[in-house]
Design a protein around this ligand. Structure first.
Ligand SMILES: C[S@@+](CC[C@H](N)C(=O)[O-])C[C@H]1O[C@@H](n2cnc3c(N)ncnc32)[C@H](O)[C@@H]1O
Length: 465
């Protein structure tokens, strides 16, 4: 056992607290983990296990690792026995870097870890644009103002694997009411999970060595939020290495009222809005769907032509009730029973709002299908020329008007409608004609045209047509 002088002990105490480390030297274990006891060990062991499971020794020998918000470097030092090529810790507080140096020097500990002073906000500059094979961020995400921005910074420097440990907000807070308020609602999100996350916010000062670097409002993200931030930043969907229950059993054991998790993710191609693409598939499904003419005609007479006496079918009567906000539940049930196709049901239900434009659009599509572009044009222009026209019907009608002009060789009209379409909805898929959809689907699936059309009908939940 190495005996330390009072001067050395005072120096160590001055550089404390050692809340996130347990430096073991000849003189004993230097730590102030207290309620965090065992946390650092658990994280280091999990990191070791993840790395040795995923990568061979040869592979590791060629890899570099970066720990962001590394405190005094203890976690990185714990994996220093792996044959990693390079270990770098980034830490904004010079005091934390220094506390590690002092501890190692007094306790006689050698380390391979290199240190760089810097924060996550300017991470790429701090490491001079270097890409690290493995990027670690533990105990960091809940000390920054924006987990989304933090994950973007981590993505910039991450080559192969992200290892993330953070306190998380319990997912049980995301109840049905919150979900209904938050969840994405536009067509572009259809066909993908409606994941909803939450962030718990609080004011945090820089008082404590493990906290934010300046007075800020930090966010404790739910696991769902982390997954969303990973997606937006260009990481794969994260893998939950240790879930909050496992973490609680292994670390907290009732000592702290926290949820925490360990996740890993790999860099993925960076997403753009266009990459969502689901809105486009959705538009194509709508373009391919047809409402039966006998159901559409009475609705058209009533809501587009203003006739008061019309001969309804069962379907048009149910839709009329929806539009008039009468017996909506019964009308909804009737549509479920009468209309087999989900897309068609959704189109019919959508008539409840701005019926004139939406019905005219469907009537125009019906005329087109019957090879009557002149009649179709009248309906599409009824949409686009209507006062306070429904936006979705408007851009869809512009699309059809452009196509009609194209088929007639009227270039000036075609260009005008294409321009109007681009203004109304620049994300509208250029090729949404049913014939195109059919051919494309068949081609993609190596199926016959008919089989391609069958797949179109079997769609994911649709709303807000
Ligand atoms: C709770 S401690 C966790 C330390 C260590 N990574 C661990 O898991 O034990 C948070 C660390 O993140 C650092 N930190 C705080 N804000 C940061 C920021 N904006 N960028 C980088 N690191 C930050 C703190 O200085 C501290 O070292």
């Amino acid at each position: 056992m190495r005996t330390l002088s009072i001067d050395q002990i005072e120096t160590l105490n001055a550089h404390g607290p050692y809340n996130h480390s347990a430096w073991t030297g000849g003189a004993g274990v230097l730590t102030h983990e207290e309620a965090l006891e065992g946390r650092g060990r658990f994280i280091a062991d999990t990191l070791l296990s993840v790395l040795t499971t995923r990568f061979s020794g040869d592979r590791l020998a060629r890899m570099s690792i970066l720990d962001v918000g590394c405190y005094d470097g203890w976690i990185l030092h714990q994996i220093g026995g792996l044959p990693l090529r390079r270990l770098v810790g980034v830490e904004p507080r010079s005091k934390n870097i220094r506390k590690g140096e002092v501890a190692r020097s007094i306790l006689g500990i050698e380390t391979r870890v290199e240190f760089v002073q810097g924060g996550i906000e300017n991470l790429a500059e701090s490491v001079r644009g270097e890409i690290f094979d493995i990027v670690v961020a533990t105990g960091l995400l809940h000390h920054v103002e924006s987990p989304a921005a933090a994950l973007r910074s981590l993505r910039q420097v991450c080559g192969e694997l992200l290892f993330l440990e953070t306190i998380t907000l319990d997912s049980r807070h995301i109840g049905a009411a919150a979900r209904a308020e938050i969840e994405p609602k536009d067509v572009v999100y259809f066909g993908r999970p409606k994941t909803v996350g939450m962030c718990g916010n609080k004011l945090e000062s820089s008082y404590y060595d493990g906290s934010a670097t300046g007075l800020s409002v930090v966010g404790i993200p739910s696991i769902e939020t982390i997954a969303l931030c990973c997606e937006a930043a260009g990481f794969s969907p994260p893998r939950l290495e240790v879930n909050p229950a496992g973490y609680r059993r292994a670390v907290w054991r009732g000592k702290r009222p926290f949820h925490a998790a360990i996740l890993t993710a790999e860099p993925a191609p960076r997403q753009t809005c266009q990459d969502l693409g689901h809105g486009q598939a959705y538009e194509r499904k709508l373009a391919a769907a047809r409402i039966r003419r006998e159901d559409l005609a009475p609705l058209h007479q009533r809501f587009c032509l203003g006739k008061t006496r019309v001969a309804h079918t069962e379907v048009s009567r149910a839709v009329s009730a929806l539009i008039g906000k009468r017996g909506e539940r019964a009308a909804g049930t009737a549509l479920e029973r009468l209309v087999e196709s989900q897309v068609e049901r959704e189109i019919l239900r959508s008539f409840a709002h701005s019926p004139a434009g939406k019905i005219a659009l469907e009537m125009g599509k019906t005329h087109l299908a019957d090879n009557d572009p002149a009649a179709a044009e009248i309906e599409f222009r009824r949409v686009t020329g209507g006062w306070n026209a429904d936006w979705r019907s408007t851009y869809r009608a512009f699309h059809y008007l452009a196509a009609i002009a194209r088929s007639r060789g009227l270039d000036k009209d075609r260009r005008r409608y294409e321009e109007l379409l681009a203004v109304a909805n620049p994300h509208f898929p250029a090729r949404a004609w049913p014939e195109d959809v059919e051919a494309e689907e068949a081609e993609a699936n190596g199926l016959t045209r008919a089989a391609g059309m069958t797949r179109l009908g079997s769609s994911s939940p649709l709303q807000e047509v």
